[in-house]
Design a protein around this ligand. Structure first.
Ligand SMILES: [Zn+2]
Ligand SMILES: [Zn+2]
Length: 267
């Protein structure tokens, strides 16, 4: 079965990822306008009609902006935990609350939806509740970990399972330290429930990469405290120090913030 993946947006101004087969698709987060999702999918040759569900990682605005509209107006089922749902409906950015379209997930209780085998798991972040997703389609395993302060043993377990990995590289230490953010915000970002730095992600990958991992996409890059080339180079260099060559042993891509990635297809 052919598997398609595209990042529609990735970063603090909005996050949305698509993963699908020839028949169906699902979204991970919907933090950009529904019309932008529809337009970007269409440009990639994917119809919105094929979307069977949205899986939400946590209740921060950059991940949920259009879940109300997609759920309640377009009647697309929205899957998340009960606590994230509670947080979503309290969020300032929700003009349309989520009611009938929401379905609850329990962490580490796998479910099957059409072509997708889906498992959510705990990640450390400062949303009301926070999950990553591990999605298996026809033997291909995708792990999504956006917005997490550190790699816990649970997060590590799902990273090691992946053939295709979407993992946060939010900020460069130096850029954040020297930058203009107020101290409380710097402290929040670097805390164990904040975000992953380039070097923390790079070091974890260099120590934990498996032979089964084919592709790494660095996600949720900060606009003010990171550059795609810097995130890419940091990870490439750390992997190289362990004898792992990007382009040969594993593929690497730093996702763009507000423009869609290419459409990836895997056989
Ligand atoms: Zn975020
Ligand atoms: Zn967040």
């Amino acid at each position: 079965m052919k598997v398609k993946f595209i990042s529609l947006a990735s970063g603090s101004s909005g996050n949305c990822y698509y993963i699908g087969t020839e028949r169906y698709g699902i979204l991970i987060d919907a933090g950009i306008a529904a019309r932008t999702i529809k337009k970007s999918l269409k440009e990639a040759g994917i119809s919105m009609e094929t979307i069977r569900a949205v899986f939400v990682t946590h209740d921060h605005a950059d991940h949920i902006k259009s879940v109300g509209g997609l759920g309640e107006k377009l009647h697309i089922p929205i899957y998340t935990t009960a606590r994230i749902h509670e947080g979503i409906n309290k969020s300032y950015c929700m003009t349309e609350k989520l009611h009938s379209s929401v379905h609850y997930l329990e962490k580490e209780e796998p479910m099957q939806l059409e072509d997708f085998h889906i498992e959510s798991f705990e990640v450390p972040h400062d949303g009301t509740d926070n999950v990553g997703y591990c999605i298996e389609i026809d033997g291909k395993v995708f792990s999504f970990l956006t917005d997490l302060g550190e790699i816990t043993p649970t997060a590590a377990r799902f990273i090691r399972k992946a053939n295709y990995l979407i993992l946060e590289a939010n900020y460069d230490d130096e850029m954040l330290r020297m930058g203009t953010y107020p101290q409380y915000l710097k402290d929040r970002i670097t805390s164990r429930t904040g975000h992953m730095s380039n070097i923390a992600t790079a070091e974890f990958l260099a120590e934990n990469i498996t032979e089964d991992l084919k592709y790494i996409w660095l996600c949720h890059l900060s606009k003010d405290n990171n550059h795609p080339e810097l995130a890419y180079k940091t990870v490439e260099w750390k992997l190289k120090s362990k004898g792992i060559l990007v382009g040969k042993d594993v593929q690497l891509c730093a996702l763009k913030r507000s423009t869609p990635s290419e459409l990836y297809e895997f056989d």
